[in-house]
Design a protein around this ligand. Structure first.
Ligand SMILES: *Cc1c(COP(=O)(O)O)cnc(C)c1O
Length: 432
């Protein structure tokens, strides 16, 4: 059995593939057929039946300049004809070298050493290995465990899954099959901060690193915390000789109002993970970037002190060309100003949702707008109502949220939020 129903709008390729294309986070037996998309353009998804949806998600935070941005398309096209891919073992090429240099220049502090991979989860795995081996190379073999926080999401591979919230995450199912890490409440109050610091005092000697999604926790519930939390984590980790890793897969590249979320706290993590919008959302690319002190621990006459990792498609030239073009756009177009305009528009536009009976909270940060409800029921119907209203919004957990392209115009955003508020309001009144 595949998806539960087709309609006359279903294109032939989709009917023919019903049992072959296994979809993510999807109960294949009961889910309705996915929305067939034929093309993208700016902030629009254009469906097989020619309907145009304003994309409220920018393909999971990634399409920061909208889709098919001509500058990115042109750079990728040029690169495609020149060299789509070459292995990185023993070989270097200009797109990766230039991108590493440019990332080091825009990242805070001495985050200077860039290790590329092909997806965010792998960037997190690399950060875990980097942190463990950092301590080993310095002669400390005790530090093999990690601390992460309640509601954390750090990816779908097994190492990354072990860093997700052990009870509440989509990976809770795998709990007993995973490495056991430590999950603590995020230190956003004096008591919790004391608890965090005390934990490191007692168990710090086993901890290689603390992982946090700075300012905004994404897939684990779209929760925000203040920049002070990062300042305190930084201070406590330094005190206990523990590294800390900023997972900026979702928050990086302007999403929270600054190029990187950690900038708002003025602190520099030991390692930062980047992906999603790194390539402008055009193609898979991720990076794990280390500070000087971390990198130096890998330098030795001893070959076994090298970082033993190397994905086949590491530093893919096509992806690096897209990322270099994306950085050009951040330099030449006013993305961060656009983010602050999006934020003020979202704050005003989503406010009416606060009065709905089953809404728990409405919050916005940068180009992120979240309506948290007490319970999401009839999720499939709700998603369909958004499509019928001409927008692409995909609620999950207890959140209905927007993370549009940073290039969305005021008019497009108005259309998006009007549809968002209308559908959410109708859904809410049917529920109560
Ligand atoms: C998306 C995401 C990941 C995983 O990245 P993939 O490219 O999907 O593997 C990890 N951490 C955070 C915070 C993310 O948002």
């Amino acid at each position: 059995m595949g998806f539960d129903k087709a309609s006359d709008r279903t294109p032939a390729w989709q009917s023919a593939s019903r049992e072959h294309l296994w979809m993510p986070y999807c109960q294949m037996q009961t889910a309705p057929l996915p929305t067939p998309v034929a093309r993208t353009e700016g902030v629009f998804l254009i469906l097989s039946d020619r309907r145009r949806l304003i994309d409220g998600l920018a393909s999971w935070w990634s399409a920061c300049h909208g889709y098919n941005h001509p500058h990115i398309v042109e750079s990728m096209t040029r690169q495609l004809h020149c060299m789509p891919h070459v292995m990185m073992g023993g070989i270097q090429h200009q797109p990766a070298a230039t991108l590493a240099t440019r990332l080091a220049a825009i990242l805070p502090g001495d985050l200077n050493h860039v290790f590329f991979s092909d997806s965010g989860s792998v960037a997190v795995e690399v950060a875990m290995k980097m942190a463990i081996q950092f301590h080993r190379n310095l002669g400390d073999r005790q530090r093999t465990r990690f601390v992460s926080f309640a509601h954390a999401y750090h990816g779908d591979t097994t190492g990354a899954m072990s860093l997700c919230d052990p009870q509440r995450s989509m990976h809770a199912h795998f709990g007993d099959a995973l490495l056991q890490q430590h999950s603590l409440p995020i230190p956003d109050s004096p008591e919790r901060l004391e608890q965090f610091d005390e934990f490191l005092t007692r168990h710090g000697e086993q901890i290689a690193a603390v992982f946090i999604e700075p300012l905004v926790q994404g897939a684990g519930g779209m929760r925000f915390h203040s920049a002070d939390v990062l300042t305190e984590i930084d201070r406590s980790c330094r005190k206990h000789g523990v590294l800390w890793v900023a997972d900026e897969l979702a928050t990086g590249f302007g999403r929270t109002g600054t190029m990187f979320a950690v900038e708002q706290a003025g602190v520099v993590p030991d390692i930062i993970c980047l992906g999603k919008a790194l390539s402008g959302g055009a193609i898979g690319l991720a990076a794990t970037v280390a500070r000087d002190g971390v990198y130096q621990a890998f330098l030795s006459d001893d070959p076994s002190k090298a970082l033993m990792h190397g994905p086949t498609f590491m530093g893919n030239p096509l992806a690096c060309a897209a990322a270099n073009a994306s950085l050009d756009l951040f330099e030449t177009e006013p993305r961060l100003e656009q983010v602050s305009q999006i934020e003020s528009q979202l704050v005003t536009a989503l406010e009416p949702c606060r009065n709905l009976s089953n809404v728990v909270d409405v919050r916005c940060k940068g180009a992120i707008g979240v309506v948290q409800v007490d319970r999401l029921h009839q999720l499939d119907q709700l998603r369909q109502h958004f499509v019928d209203a001409g927008v692409w919004v995909r609620p999950f957990g207890d959140c209905i949220y927007l993370t549009p392209s940073l290039t969305i115009t005021a008019d497009e955003l108005t259309q998006l939020t009007e549809a968002f508020v209308t559908v959410t309001t109708q859904w809410s009144s049917n529920a109560s």
